[in-house]
Design a protein around this ligand. Structure first.
Ligand code: ADP
Ligand code: ADP
Ligand code: MG
Length: 671
């Protein structure tokens, strides 16, 4: 085993690798960019080396800096994690040249699978089933269209060098082909510096089922069963589970054996994942092989009881696989939920900001939280907006889902918008509960999954006001106890009562409407008990009392019923966590004012990013819904469309310009 390894990554995966290394007594070296000076992975590692500015190309992708950091610290091996350089054959080769072990497959195996087109050719020769399509070298548009027509629409255009769901387009007809090819190529060129495309038959209602494989340097190969990753948005995984529901043992072992054969076909070593697309008739086809540890590897760990990072380290150190196929079995069911800083109700747009409040469920043998952040850390534009992964196990799928809903209910994030409530909506959905899903699940059930924007309930308004009053009381108490003058009336805290002789008013905005809430102390209170309040929201009158802890937990009695919520303040908003439901209320000062800013002709950048294409000109007439420009941030393209018909009056940016969040991109005049 190694004495010391360097982890060429950041975030949750760097922390996860450090965890296993430390358990095995292996020393750890973290690397960090200027944006990550105080990051969790840096604090957890035994040593840490600064590798440059925040942009990944200057730090986490800078091959020479990583190699020299390993040499300087005496690390014998480098674990690349996932993303960044994990599937970069050049990096694996550079490690070899420097005499450092790359914890992963050989450069040749990475290379063989790095191009989806070349991988398909190899798999075809090995007799692995493929989806029908074209994966050759001819990239001529007319030729590709001809191939698409041969395959039959709908087809999928895919970047051969692609990953993370990028550079892919579904094309429904010949008429759409040219535009789809252009935009897929543009995205692929930006993301992978390679615009080569392949074509596949687009399968309707398929499932994404992948198999974890492992091979050592002594010719042993096993699979650790499958994961179902069909719940996706933008062709990117959102929820993953193991085992795949409804798969027969026969199909399971057929998939497992096919995956092992695929790995053997390229003399694979280490951890790999063979991704299959499974048709509704039970047939499955090779899609691609990821030559690294996957984001969703923990679900496999929870059902097999194996530590895959430990396996990676042992295999890279030349040891034999820790278990044979016959020793591996599935015990129970596991589910992973990826908690992202993003807004599901706004096209899953990434959200950036400081995590002003962060709570996760307590970890147990069946509840695991993999995260790379602490409260107070920031989600920046530079990296993936993944905040954490919740992974839970149950003896069966039903108990597993139940446990996940509880865990999500105990997850509280303020400072950025997250997909926590959305994940809970997916898991609670009856079709998901019944395991009736495929990769189109989110789109098909969008009416149920996206918040149908219900107005805030009177109870929550009541709790918000109660919070305000109790918070004020506790601040006053604190001021009193810290008062230097014992003669000050503030010094007397025992009988302190908030001064609420007259009804006091608070106003909130929940994004749908504005609400005024009045509060007074109930007249019939006893001198020495906590006061009761009378709270009026609209026509409802609620009698309430409560106790506020220093950490923001509010226990209240509303008309005789106990409620417990957590409240945190985020700028001028109150963020209320009510067992799985997050409510953001803007606090309006004195009576409130109407927020009609959106109705003007200005188009505001929803996120910091780069303008990658401007599709309109000043003076041009546009129709509602027309694409005006394309922004890219956090590796995701976002199209700014016209909110109404009109004329483009002025354009403020050109392709290549960087924009801040909230800046005016262009002015669109009504007609
Ligand atoms: P996996 O196949 O391991 O589940 P994905 O398919 O979601 O991971 O993503 C494939 C690769 O793309 C991973 O290496 C991951 O690091 C990277 N990736 C995923 N999401 C993003 C993102 N939003 N921005 C940048 N890279 C991402
Ligand atoms: P990436 O490298 O970005 O992960 P993949 O080839 O693995 O790209 O595909 C990502 C996702 O796109 C799959 O999980 C699946 O949901 C969808 N997909 C890919 N190929 C097809 C296809 N031929 N038909 C239908 N859906 C597909
Ligand atoms: Mg994939």
């Amino acid at each position: 085993m190694f004495n010391k390894i360097l982890i060429a990554n950041r975030g949750e995966i760097a922390c996860r690798i450090i965890h296993t290394a430390q358990r095995l007594g292996v020393g750890t070296v973290a690397v960090y960019s200027e944006a990550d000076v105080n990051a969790r992975h840096v604090k957890l590692a035994d040593e840490a080396v600064a590798i440059g500015p925040a942009p990944a190309r200057d730090s986490y992708l800078a091959v020479q800096k990583l190699i020299s950091a390993a040499q300087r610290t005496g690390a014998e091996a480098i674990h690349p994690g996932y993303g960044f350089l994990s599937e970069n054959a050049g990096f694996a080769a550079a490690c070899g040249t420097a005499g450092i072990t790359f914890i992963g497959p050989s450069p040749g195996a990475i290379e063989a699978m790095g191009s989806k087109s070349a991988a398909k050719t190899i798999m075809q020769q090995a007799g692995i089933p493929l989806v029908s399509g074209y994966h050759g070298d001819n990239q001529d548009e007319t030729f590709l269209l001809g191939e698409a027509e041969k395959i039959g629409f709908p087809v999928m255009l895919k970047a051969s060098a692609g990953g993370g769901g990028r550079g892919m387009r579904v094309v429904n007809s010949a008429a759409e082909f040219s535009e789809a090819l252009r935009s897929a190529k543009r995205e692929a060129l930006g993301a992978f510096s390679d615009e080569k495309m392949l074509l596949e038959k687009y399968l309707e209602q398929p499932r994404h089922i992948e198999v974890q494989v492992f091979c050592d340097q002594h010719g042993n190969a096993v699979h650790l069963f499958e994961r179902d990753c069909s719940i996706q948005r933008r062709h990117q995984k959102v929820l993953e589970e193991a085992p795949a529901p409804g798969i027969t043992d026969e199909t399971r072992s057929a998939m497992g054996n096919t995956a092992v054969a695929a790995a053997r076909a390229i003399d694979y070593t280490g951890a790999g994942t063979v991704e299959f697309i499974a048709a509704s008739d039970g047939a499955f086809y090779f899609m691609e092989m990821n030559t690294r540890l996957q984001v969703e590897h923990p679900v496999t760990e929870l059902v097999t009881g194996q530590d895959l990072v430990e396996w990676q380290l042992r295999v890279a150190a030349g040891e034999r696989l820790p278990a044979s196929q016959g020793q591996l079995a599935i015990d129970g069911h596991a589910l992973e939920a990826r908690i992202y800083a993003e807004d599901p109700d706004n096209g899953f747009l990434p959200s950036t900001g400081r995590l002003s409040h962060l709570r996760f469920p307590a970890e147990t043998s069946d509840v695991r939280v993999d995260t790379g952040v602490w409260q107070g850390d920031s989600i920046s534009v530079h990296y993936d907006p993944l905040i954490a992964k919740l992974i839970v196990r149950g003896d069966d799928r039903k108990s597993c889902l139940h446990r996940m809903l509880r865990a999500l209910g105990e997850t509280q994030v303020a400072g950025v918008t997250t997909n926590v409530d959305f994940l809970a909506a997916v898991i609670s959905h009856e079709a998901f509960q019944a395991a009736d899903f495929d990769t189109g699940f989110i789109e098909r059930h969008q009416a149920d999954l996206f918040r149908n924007r219900e107005a805030v309930s009177p109870d929550i308004l009541c709790l918000a006001v109660l919070y305000q009053i109790l918070r004020r009381a506790s601040l006053a108490k604190r001021a009193a106890t810290s008062s230097a003058d014992p003669a000050s009336p503030w010094w007397a805290t025992d009988n302190w009562r908030p001064n609420l002789v007259e009804e006091e008013h608070f106003s909130f905005d929940d994004g749908i409407g504005e609400y005024e809430v009045g509060i007074t102390i109930a007249g019939d209170r006893h001198e020495h008990s906590e006061p009761d309040y009378v709270i009026r929201t609209g026509r409802q009158v609620i009698r309430a009392s409560g106790r506020l802890e220093a950490d923001g937990r509010l226990t209240a009695i509303l008309d005789g019923t106990q409620r417990r919520i957590d409240v945190t303040e985020d700028h001028d908003h109150l963020v209320i966590f009510d067992s799985g439901n997050t409510c953001r209320l803007k606090q309006l000062s004195d009576g409130g004012h109407s927020a009609e800013e959106e109705a003007t002709g200005n188009l505001i950048s929803p996120m910091p990013g780069t303008v990658i294409e401007v599709m309109t000109n000043e003076g041009q007439q546009v129709k509602k819904g027309d694409a005006l420009l394309v922004l890219e941030a956090m590796k995701i393209e976002h199209i700014i469309a016209a909110p109404h018909d009109g004329t483009v009056q002025s354009l403020h940016y050109r392709a290549g310009d960087m924009v801040e969040e909230g800046v005016e991109l262009l002015v669109l005049a009504d007609k």
